[in-house]
Design a protein around this ligand. Structure first.
Ligand SMILES: [Zn+2]
Length: 484
């Protein structure tokens, strides 16, 4: 009962129009009026080569913000540079919602059971499904074979899985997306994601990419394995991106398409490099959010504290943390969190085998990897809320909620059965963003309470609405479809 109540609190969101400027311009100290056309973030290991069509605007740590022209992006990529274009996205996506996270203090035995079954053997077995391919560099057949492997894996778990093709450096690569539809709040969609492509100094022949990023990919795969075992309240999308090493290409294209199609995401959890730890250096998982995603970072830290107390999390609030696929979600106004082993390239625990043929399984820290994968599974499970298939319903004789007609175009009759005579009950109508749009209080006679709701065509567009009893969190909400 407590769990449902907590979920209801989390889903109460207040929408606000995003008025903040472009986060990356802000992070580089540039005015928000700076034109975005041709702007890219560059990062390389050496000095910027003197090539035509590169106009440097600003630097931040090891990163450069430059306006690129002509074939400069391709030349830089071929020279091993990481090039992230800042898309011409709407500056005010109007998508941001300030949400609050209410801490969960009670262990859910279903989630505990998932976490308890994660060990190093399970992780190696999962990672090796993609690591047995010699190269996962985005333009290679190996990367395309890895996509097929992932689709087969998710499909075997009973999930709807697909490959979304896109072009990178003249080749076709695929983002792999598997979906598990929620049973109570199917339109509350959480994403857990990681990139599965990799690179090295011999990108076309050998890219083990154990830490970067078979480790994060395994977290997504195992989350899918455990969450597919039982129904969950909310929908979860398990997404494996390619084209990350070419500059977040796959995730940028995917989130742009989702945004264009009007998709709503409650939040996305990205995992990128979660298996390396340098002995003697502070041992923690970095949790990176923009200000609007703070609640989501708090949720994963809550999950870690509750289910993996041996792992410390360190929260960073920085809208300019552009260096992972989470930033593609931020660009389109979605809430997202990045999880990684070190905050930046300058960190003393930054993996020295990064982007090399030495990024092998044997270089990973066993306990650190296991604990971080546990955090990933606990966090997405806590957000998606598994529905126990074995527990006895809290009260078989308790209230039940009905709505008719459904679909409705005019007045909807609401009825609550199983009430104690004379007891009053509150009924709420909530839209898919969690906003309460109507509420009424009514008393029961003969065990039945009735009320009605008439959607206002001016304020309540056609679509799905949820009815719920806020004082009876154990009662499943009812979906009402409003048609015009
Ligand atoms: Zn990576």
């Amino acid at each position: 009962m407590k769990r449902c109540l907590i979920l209801a609190v989390v889903l109460l969101v207040t929408a606000v129009t995003a008025t903040a400027g472009h986060p990356v311009l802000e992070a580089f100290g540039l005015p928000d009026t700076t034109p975005l056309g041709g702007l890219s973030i560059l990062r390389g290991r050496n000095e910027l080569p003197p090539i035509d069509g590169v106009d440097v605007l600003a630097r931040r740590d090891a990163a450069i913000l430059a306006r690129l022209a002509g074939d400069a992006p391709d030349i830089l990529r071929k020279a091993g540079w990481f090039v992230v274009p800042l898309n011409d996205i709407p500056r005010s996506v109007g998508h941001k919602a300030i949400k609050t996270w209410t801490p969960v203090t009670v262990v859910n035995p279903d989630i505990q059971s998932m976490v308890d079954r994660i060990d190093w053997t399970t992780i190696i077995r999962t990672m090796s499904k993609v690591m047995r391919i010699n190269s996962r560099y985005s333009t290679t057949d190996g990367c395309r074979a890895a996509a097929d492997t992932l689709v087969a894996y998710f499909t075997r778990l009973g999930l709807a899985a697909q490959k979304d093709p896109f072009q990178v450096s003249g080749s076709t690569a695929y983002n792999v997306v598997a979906t598990k539809t929620g049973t109570v709040w199917p339109d509350s969609v959480f994403v857990i994601c990681a990139h599965y492509d990799a690179t090295s100094e011999s990108p076309l022949t050998y890219t083990p990419g154990a830490d970067d990023n078979a480790s994060g990919t395994a977290a997504v795969m195992l989350a899918a394995q455990f969450l597919s075992e039982q129904p969950s309240t909310c929908t979860v999308k398990f997404v494996c991106f390619a084209g990350e090493e070419q500059g977040l290409v796959g995730s940028n294209i995917w989130t742009a398409a989702q945004f264009a199609a009007g998709a709503e995401f409650a939040g996305a959890l990205n995992f990128d490099m979660i298996g390396w730890w340098t002995d003697g250096v502070h041992r923690e998982l970095e949790v990176e959010v923009d200000p609007a995603s703070l609640w989501l970072g708090q949720a994963t830290i809550n999950a870690a504290a509750l289910y993996v107390p041996e792992m410390t999390c360190l929260l960073h609030i920085d809208a300019g943390a552009w260096w992972g696929d989470h930033a593609s979600f931020w660009n389109y106004g979605y809430n997202a969190v990045n999880h990684e082993e070190s905050w930046d390239w300058g960190d003393p625990d930054f993996n020295p085998h990064y982007h090399s043929t030495d990024d092998e399984l044997l270089n990973l820290d066993v306990d650190f990897t296991v604990q971080n994968v546990k955090v990933a599974v606990a966090a997405i499970a806590m957000l998606a809320q598994p529905v126990s298939t074995t527990a006895t319903p809290l009260s078989l004789a308790g209230p039940r909620l009905f709505a008719s007609p459904n679909p409705a175009s005019g007045q909807v009759a609401l009825r609550v059965d199983g009430m104690v005579d004379g007891a009053s009950v509150r009924i709420q109508v909530v839209d898919l963003r969690g906003r309460i749009i109507a509420e009424s209080s009514t008393a029961a006679f003969g065990g039945v309470a009735t009320a009605s709701w008439r959607p206002d065509p001016a304020q309540h567009p056609a679509g799905i609405y949820m009815l719920r009893l806020p004082d009876h969190p154990g009662v499943n909400p009812v979906r009402v479809s409003v048609v015009r």
